[in-house]
Write a protein that binds this ligand. Structure first.
Ligand code: ACO
Length: 325
């Protein structure tokens, strides 16, 4: 049996904020942002009607249509997000309700920017053990509400959007061949976005709403040292060489991080598709949005091998090697 990706979809808001626009909000400029990150523009939500659940639903509809399957066939829906509209119900239950996926078990998963990979890994485990046959996994984020728009070191990095994939356990070979995830909570302080303070009869927190805070250079060092190590691990597990992989679909955080990863695994940049120039870092949505672009541009043929890999707050990381169906 194989666990295949049988359809992909994505959604980004129409509103586009280019670097020039941001330079009117904080003390920055287009040249600094492009040189340090590769980002030219990012898509931002138009308001509460275009939040995380709305974008997740739109990406899910596109993925189901692309896969040619109905919502009723879903046994499992997982939404990776660190910026849900509501604590309860989960975003996954909102997707279920809107799509009418009445048979599905639904929950959200937070592994920051690694969330889509963790969802892929979790869904694979459900499918491999026979607990589910068909699953919908989504990465959806409205990071524009988690960002301090007066902090030039973070507000230039992020964008909003969602990406989705449909997975199915089927007869045959290929599909997900190897998968690895990991976490290091001892380094959690490197990238944080704290929740609400405690308010109860015993305690009144004075904490105000918190925003994303990041030690950019630590995240940079972590990313370039960890991601290549885990990519090499899934290659070794499958007996493949770096050049056997058609594309490395990597978390879109920073062009310099991607260039360094390419160098460390010893492949040309043509194997590392990139769209961060147009979307910025959309956290858990970045890998499925890019996968959808590559897929819809007919760049993948049956038998092609791809690696999905990324890193994020927590700290968290993962890599998955897939033989395309
Ligand atoms: N415009 C102009 N100047 C800026 C800006 C800005 N937007 N932001 C920071 N600066 C200034 C700083 O104030 C500093 O000035 P100083 O030297 O006078 O103190 C100078 O630029 C250098 O700042 P650094 O933080 O050292 O810049 P660096 O080269 O490290 O680039 C960046 C910062 C882009 C964040 C980089 O560290 C990075 O990409 N890190 C990786 C982190 C990442 O990608 N995170 C994404 C989210 S995490 C995730 O996806 C898991």
């Amino acid at each position: 049996m194989a666990v295949n990706i049988i359809g992909t979809g994505s959604y980004v808001p129409k509103n586009v904020a280019d670097n020039q626009l941001l330079s009117t909000i904080v003390d920055t400029d287009d040249e600094w942002i492009r040189q340090r990150t590769g980002i030219k523009e990012r898509h931002l939500s138009s308001g509460s009607k275009e939040g995380t659940s709305f974008m997740a639903i739109e990406a899910a509809k596109a993925a189901l249509e692309h896969a040619g399957v109905s919502a009723e066939e879903m046994d499992l829906i997982i939404v990776a997000t660190a910026s849900a509209d509501t604590y309860v119900p989960s975003t996954a239950c909102q997707v279920q309700g809107e799509l009418g996926a009445i048979r599905a078990t639904c929950f959200d998963l937070n592994a920051a920017c690694s969330g889509f990979l963790f969802s892929l890994n979790t869904a694979d485990a459900y499918l491999e053990t026979g607990m589910a046959k068909t699953a919908l996994i989504i990465g959806a984020e409205t990071l524009s509400r988690e960002v301090d728009w007066s902090d030039r070191s973070t507000c230039i990095l992020f964008g909003d959007g969602a990406g989705a994939a449909v997975l199915r356990r089927e007869e045959g070979e290929g599909g997900i061949l190897a998968s690895v995830t990991g976490s290091d909570g001892s380094q959690g302080d490197v990238l944080t976005c704290k929740g609400r303070g405690i308010q109860n009869p015993f305690y009144k927190s004075r904490r105000k709403k918190d925003y994303i805070q990041m030690n950019g250079q630590s995240v940079f060092r972590f990313a370039v040292s960890t991601v290549p190590k885990y990519i090499k691990r899934v290659l070794k597990e499958t007996g493949l060489e770096p050049d056997d992989i058609k594309y490395y679909i990597l978390h879109q955080a920073n062009r310099r991080i991607l260039e360094s990863i390419a160098k460390r695994i010893g492949v040309e940049m043509e194997k590392i598709p990139m769209n961060l120039d147009h979307y910025g870092n959309t956290s858990s949505a970045s890998i499925p949005i890019l996968l959808d672009e590559v897929n819809r541009n007919d760049l993948l043929q049956p038998g092609d091998k791809i690696v999905l890999s990324g890193f994020g707050g927590g700290l968290t990381w993962g890599a998955t090697l897939v033989e395309w169906k």
